[in-house]
Design a protein around this ligand. Structure first.
Ligand code: COA
Ligand code: AMP
Length: 635
């Protein structure tokens, strides 16, 4: 490669301070950074040490007080409540400054944590930005998690305040949020000082006297708050993501590196100019929502779309086309699952025809592997570049992808193309040696990681080192496996840990196993991801019952399904479990989940050399057959 993208990659890796120092000039600083990259405490690298800034100022005030003041900053499009509402930069800044007043009135200051458990309403964005305004640290919890997951996050983040709403709306169902919050608070040891609740017209939540306060009345009684300058290295947010146990990892993002990376990627990766309309059809509870619904588009002076709906059913598979045409969206970012759902309902793209999509320049897909068939379908229907890009909650932005803002490269279906500037991606074998092109191994990134990536795990530096940095010294372990071809194209094939990807949502099978194992009749269990045409993967649980179990298989299965829903949440989409006599194991007792997954997916598998009793695999195949036949009828 002797191209613009190769030059940018070279500069970013060989002269990172010059490269990112230049990028940092696009951000407003109260005090310029003294040092671009501080490696004095490696492997804990810090970006822009000495710099002082405010992320909310960069996202709102600098536009609100300039020529973009009346430009729409946010378009709230909610087919589930039948409304569209636009907020200018000035309006969004004023509402945010007011809500920062509410936070301050309840004692929230710089460094304090605030948990945001909200549906996709403008108040969720306002709450996040209001935290940033005060230098407080938000931790947004996705609405599809159950009360115990919320409780775990409350105990880990120790928030001063919790911000929530009376309900969320899932297609046509109204989901009361307040009972979930109340239950989480009863489970958690930590007590926040207060909860601020946005009452929605669909449900009015009961407020506990002295603890819960109404969003609207609180906002009416306070004064607006200015932006508080914070250190570039101060945390902006904690975002919990699935780890290999029931205890989620609190990914910490700083202010300075994050702002620089967000600004840089909008221009150079997504190729979006200030003033244009950008739409990330995700949820503010996920990293995509943090980075590309809220921070990056606003920092870059774009209009962002906050969509409270689904790709299908709100009202139909033409919903995305309606939103693009109505708001003149130039770039759409979503998960491949959304396109699989649309394709399933409207395979010929008939619903697309009535809409003027001439504004759309590109579709970006991430969150899970883009299967070539879905990618090709999207290209045919939309006739714009479809850009698969690979990233993680930890990285905050793309590791590998086609930088449309620098130089689009030819696409090879199945690969998100090449490493984005800032990323030195390698493939290592188990002993940590680099493997030749085309050989599969662990995908890693050479340290230091670029700005905007995780600085540590919340209150867990040791876990940060263990989870990401110790196995391959000098590298960040992505926990994805894959290979790089002779042209430098990266192929991301599978996770190396127990994480599965269900409808673009990251879930730990280990956490599900913990829930299953807690059932009194379950002696042993295994959960693994089974291929699914719509969601990519869905979890499947196999259970061995205890001798003398109190209940029969059917009852235990329905109870464990309910337990996962109540403990982890509906988002786990755990709907299938089977009782079997035994689980296949190695002689040392390791359960052969990978082999069972291959059987469930109808793929060929090798008999593991260390298997204890091969006949168990035949039993599993027989037990799985009725379920897999029902889910995926063979032609
Ligand atoms: N609050 C409460 N419940 C929620 C929720 C929320 N914010 N989000 C999802 N749920 C519930 C759903 O209602 C569903 O419940 P059910 O089992 O009672 O039906 C369950 O969690 C699973 O949700 P989901 O995986 O979204 O499945 P779905 O069948 O409702 O929709 C798709 C399927 C494909 C339309 C949907 O998954 C989708 O739009 N995916 C796009 C992926 C995406 O945005 N990923 C984000 C990362 S980029
Ligand atoms: P999350 O942290 O929820 O964003 O999930 C990150 C994980 O999703 C990655 O580690 C991958 O396993 C998977 N993933 C995300 N984007 C892609 C992609 N473009 N191709 C393949 N896998 C992806």
């Amino acid at each position: 490669m002797t191209s613009r993208i190769a030059d940018a990659q070279r500069r970013s890796l060989h002269e990172p301070e010059a490269f990112w120092g230049e990028a940092a000039r696009e951000i407003d600083w109260y005090e310029a950074p003294e040092q671009v990259l501080d490696a004095s405490n490696a492997p804990f690298y810090r970006w822009f040490r000495g710099g002082k800034l405010n992320t909310c100022h960069n996202a709102l005030d600098r536009h609100a007080d300039g020529p973009r003041g009346e430009q729409a900053a946010l378009i709230y499009d909610s087919p589930v409540t039948n409304q569209v509402r636009k907020y200018s930069f000035r309006e969004l800044r004023d509402l945010t400054a007011r809500f920062a007043g509410v936070l301050a009135a309840h004692g929230v200051g710089r460094g304090d944590r605030v948990i945001v458990y909200m549906p996709m309403i403008p108040e969720a964005v306002i709450a996040m930005l209001a935290c940033a305004r005060l230098g407080a640290v938000h931790s947004v919890v996705f609405g599809g998690f159950a009360a115990p997951e919320l409780a775990t996050r409350i105990d880990d983040a120790q928030p001063t305040l919790i911000v929530s709403a009376s309900c969320g709306i899932e297609s046509t169902r109204v989901i009361p949020y307040k009972p979930l919050l109340d239950e989480a608070l009863s489970l958690a040891k930590h007590r926040p000082r207060a909860c601020i609740i946005k009452q929605r017209p669909q449900i009015s939540a009961e407020l506990a006297m002295g603890r819960d306060f109404d969003w609207d009345s609180e906002t009416a009684r306070v004064a607006a708050q200015p932006c508080v300058p914070v250190d570039a290295t101060d945390p902006l947010y904690i975002l919990y993501t699935s780890g290999t146990t029931g205890q989620p990892k609190g990914v910490v993002r700083d202010n300075g590196g994050h702002a620089v990376a967000m600004q840089w990627t909008m221009r150079h990766f997504y190729n979006v100019a200030p003033g244009e309309v950008f739409w990330a059809a995700s949820d503010v509870g996920w990293v995509v929502g943090h980075s590309y619904i809220v921070y990056a588009p606003l920092i870059n002076g774009n209009t962002t779309v906050l969509y409270e709906g689904k790709p299908v059913g709100t009202p139909d598979a033409g919903a995305f086309w309606r939103v693009i045409a109505q708001h003149r969206v130039c770039s759409l970012f979503t998960a491949p699952t959304a396109f699989r759902a649309i394709k399933k309902e409207d395979p010929e793209g008939k619903l697309l025809r009535g809409h003027d999509l001439s504004c759309l320049r590109a579709l970006f897909l991430a969150g899970e592997r883009s299967d070539p068939a879905t990618l090709a379908w999207a290209e045919t229907q939309l006739k714009v570049p479809v850009v698969d890009h690979w990233w993680q909650t930890e990285t905050g932005w793309a590791i590998v992808g086609n930088c449309l803002g620098i130089e689009p490269l030819p696409v090879k279906h199945g690969s998100p193309t090449v490493a984005v500037p800032g990323w030195d991606v390698r493939v290592l074998d188990d002993a940590g040696h680099e493997v030749p092109a085309g050989t599969t191994g662990s995908l890693v990134a050479k340290l230091p990681l670029p700005p905007g990536t995780l600085s540590t795990l919340w209150n867990a530096d040791e876990r940060f080192l263990d989870a990401y940095l110790r196995e391959f010294p000098g590298f960040y372990k992505t926990a994805d496996a894959g290979y790089i071809d002779a042209d430098g194209y990266v192929y991301v094939m599978a996770r190396t840990d127990d994480i599965i990807n269900v409808a673009g949502h990251r879930l730990s099978t280990g956490a599900m196993e913990e829930v299953l194992a807690g059932h009194p009749d379950v002696a042993e269990c295994a959960v693994f991801g089974m291929a699914d045409d719509l969601k990519g993967e869905v979890p499947l649980g196999l259970l061995v019952l205890r001798d003398g179990a109190r209940h029969g298989a059917e009852r235990v299965v329905s109870e464990v399904v309910q337990r996962v829903r109540d403990t982890i949440g509906p988002v786990a989409a755990f709907k299938h479990a089977l009782v079997v006599k035994r689980l296949p194991k190695t002689r040392s007792g390791k359960i052969l989940r990978g082999t069972m997954k291959k059987i469930a997916d109808g793929q060929p598998y090798k008999l593991p050399a260390t298997i204890d009793d091969p006949s168990v695999l035949d039993e599993i195949a027989v037990a799985l057959r009725p379920l897999t036949d029902a889910l995926k009828p063979r032609a």
